[in-house]
Every structure is written in structure tokens, then in C-alpha cells.
Design a protein around this ligand. Structure first.
Ligand code: AMP
Ligand code: ZN
Length: 137
């Protein structure tokens, strides 16, 4: 199966990795809604939440809480959206389960719209590194 998130999660394609354990890799989104936008990817393939086993589903959302706290500290954001899309109708574009962690700012006046935030890969990686540093505190 040709799944880009399987390749990224298992290290076959390089990524800006914020966190990794035996079950998950957490990366910065290549096209962030805001700086610090991260994705939690399980290392085993599941197309969506229905295909992810109960144990990994629990672990994924426990990890989401931990990453959200680090994103909050690293970005100084005043809010965080935790988003998980299932199916094309829900806006899913990559069909490997993932959880979005999205920092939000009081006056960002943002309607969640993927691809709307303009930045560059260096800024994305620098914020990813900062989140990793906060995670290890
Ligand atoms: P979704 O719409 O929930 O399927 O989200 C897919 C997300 O994956 C989008 O926010 C994309 O910007 C992001 N994305 C796609 N390809 C990559 C990649 N190679 N590395 C990092 N993020 C990616
Ligand atoms: Zn996959």
C-alpha cells in the first residue's frame, strides 16, 4: 500500500519530528493553520478512527493531551484545537488516521481553513524544535 503517513511515521520519509515512541510519531504539519500545528501519526496503518484499535485510540488521545500542553507552552497560544477528520466529507485528505493539534490566538480571527496560513519550512521546523524542548522539560 502506498501511504505517505505510513512512510513518514516509520521514518522512510524524513519529517520534522517533535516526538516519537514505539506506537506514534508526532510531526509538524507541512501546511500549518498556525505555527506549531502538529500531527500525531500512529506507526501502524489505520485509514480512520474506525480502523484504529481501542488501545491505540486511547493512547493517541492521551498523547494529544500531552502534545497540546507542549504546543501551548511553546507557542504561548491562548487556545488549542484538537481535530481529527474521518472521511472525505469531513475534510480528510490523507487516509491514515491522524490527530491535528492546532494552536489558536485570541485575535487570530481564523476560520479553520487548511492551507490559509503563509509561512516557510524553516519557521515550521524552528517551532517544532521548540515544542520538543518543552516536551522534555
Ligand atoms: P486531513 O485533512 O485531516 O486529512 O489533514 C491532512 C494534513 O496533512 C493537512 O493539514 C496537510 O497539510 C498535512 N500533510 C500532508 N502531507 C504532509 C507531509 N508530507 N508532511 C506533513 N504534513 C502533511
Ligand atoms: Zn498509512
Amino acid at each position: 500500500m502506498d501511504c505517505i503517513f505510513c512512510k513518514i511515521a516509520n521514518g522512510d520519509i524524513p519529517s520534522t519530528t517533535i516526538y516519537e515512541d514505539s506506537d506514534f510519531r508526532v510531526i509538524t504539519d507541512i501546511n500549518p493553520v498556525n505555527l506549531g500545528h502538529c500531527l500525531i501519526l500512529p506507526k501502524t496503518h489505520a485509514g480512520n478512527i474506525y480502523e484504529l484499535n481501542e488501545e491505540l485510540t486511547g493512547k493517541a488521545f492521551t498523547l494529544a493531551k500531552k502534545i497540546a500542553a507542549a504546543v501551548q507552552k511553546a507557542t504561548g497560544c491562548s487556545g488549542v484545537n484538537i481535530l481529527q477528520n474521518n472521511g472525505e466529507a469531513a475534510g480528510q485528505t490523507v487516509f491514515h488516521f491522524h490527530i491535528h493539534i492546532i494552536p489558536r490566538f485570541k485575535d487570530d480571527d481564523m476560520v479553520l481553513s487548511f492551507g490559509s496560513f503563509k509561512t516557510d519550512s524553516e519557521s515550521i521546523a524552528a517551532m517544532g524544535k521548540k515544542i520538543t524542548e518543552v516536551l522534555h522539560l
